[in-house]
Design a protein around this ligand. Structure first.
Ligand SMILES: NC(=O)c1ccc[n+]([C@@H]2O[C@H](COP(=O)([O-])OP(=O)(O)OC[C@H]3O[C@@H](n4cnc5c(N)ncnc54)[C@H](OP(=O)(O)O)[C@@H]3O)[C@@H](O)[C@H]2O)c1
Length: 323
């Protein structure tokens, strides 16, 4: 199949582009002129994998986007920030391309779809607008509900943080914010699994006009579970027996933090925290939903989050050795 990836120089988009090419799709990456020089190493890696690049972005002239969408079977977007709302230009172009077989995967890859846009309006609002535009058109779409990506959620032991942060070391000093009862369950997936299931869904007729949830059974965990897994592994693998200090954060505390947030990014981060930990993201699946490990049981064996956390033990050990 011919696949256009928008946002192919990004964290998720570059991986989706490479995995699509690895699975035999003919991939074109839409790359802005600026990124061709600023992100030359990533662009070169894409080209080395056999991916073609087309120059442009979501604000390019409609003719350019229409031409690209006429020539492909699938468009996957993994843009972020202001690019999320600009995807409406891509939807307009897809309407004009009138390509009856086109499958459109907008940039989702979050818990949106399992929770509503009010959970984090600045992030989910634009995603919701793009969804509505697609649903009101005749374009075939698939929405990927990916829940939390492990480097953002598991590394913070259930506290959303910067990608790939080093988890706290149990020295009796470092505190983990411990939200509410700690027992609300959410879902955390490795980036590799999100990429593999997304690419598996390309060209799959089952998921046309559906949501594909990536919600493996063993990845449905609570903050209590994540901390417990971490402490248990530290003890069994490294003989470190101290427990982490839990600093309780109530829902009212978190609400106050949201109200006093310094900027929109921080506010959104705290709102996502609230939706995962206090509201819970594991809402029941509807008739327009599929779950990836159930739909593709033999295609890919996902990494349970407990196994992903082995990496965190090595990082913690290295961190302690440096001190
Ligand atoms: N569930 C989770 O835990 C989680 C975590 C992280 C992200 N996500 C979601 O995953 C998606 C992708 O995020 P990411 O972190 O991978 O993004 P990212 O690394 O910031 O990359 C964004 C990509 O979009 C491109 N882009 C931005 N604006 C554009 C425009 N106007 N026209 C064309 N391309 C544009 C960027 O191109 P340039 O190189 O030119 O800037 C870049 O390639 C988002 O929907 C985000 O919400 C989810």
């Amino acid at each position: 199949m011919k696949v256009l990836v928008v946002g192919a120089t990004g964290y998720l988009g570059s991986r989706i582009a490479v995995e699509s090419a690895r699975r035999g799709h003919k991939v074109t990456a839409l790359v802005s002129e600026g990124s061709q020089s600023k992100k030359a190493d990533i662009v070169q890696r894409l080209r080395d994998t056999g991916i073609e690049t087309a120059t442009g972005h979501l604000e390019s002239k409609q003719e350019i986007l229409v031409k690209l969408l006429t020539d492909v079977n699938i468009v996957v977007s993994a843009v972020n920030g202001p690019g999320l709302l600009l995807q409406l230009n891509l939807v307009e172009a897809a309407k004009k391309a009138a390509n009856p077989t086109l499958q459109f995967l907008p940039s989702e890859f979050s818990a949106f779809g399992a929770v509503g846009e009010e959970a984090a309006p600045l992030l989910y609002g634009p995603k919701a607008q793009v969804r509505r535009a697609l649903q009101a058109s005749h374009i075939r779409y698939t929405f990927i509900v990916a829940y939390g990506l492990a480097p953002y959620w598991a590394n913070g032991l259930g506290e959303l943080g910067t990608r790939g942060r080093v988890p706290p070391a149990p020295r009796g000093l470092d505190k983990v914010p411990y939200y509410g009862s700690g027992h609300t369950r959410f879902c955390v997936n490795t980036v590799e699994d999100v990429v593999k299931y997304t690419v598996r869904a390309l060209g799959c007729s089952y998921v046309v006009n559906k949501q594909l949830h990536i919600r493996p059974r063993l990845n449905q965990v609570s903050q209590h579970d994540l901390i417990h897994i971490y402490e248990d592994k530290l003890f069994r693998q490294q003989g470190i027996g101290q427990r982490l200090v839990r600093a309780p954060v109530s829902e009212a505390d978190l609400d106050a933090q949201i109200t006093g947030a310094a900027d929109d990014i921080k506010r959104t981060q705290l709102q996502l925290q609230k939706s995962f930990i206090f509201m819970g993201t594991l809402t029941p699946l509807g008739i327009h939903d599929y779950e990836a490990t159930a739909l593709y049981p033999d295609d890919h064996h996902y990494t349970p989050i407990a196994r992903y956390m082995n990496n965190l033990i090595y990082e913690c050990k290295a961190h302690l050795a440096e001190e």
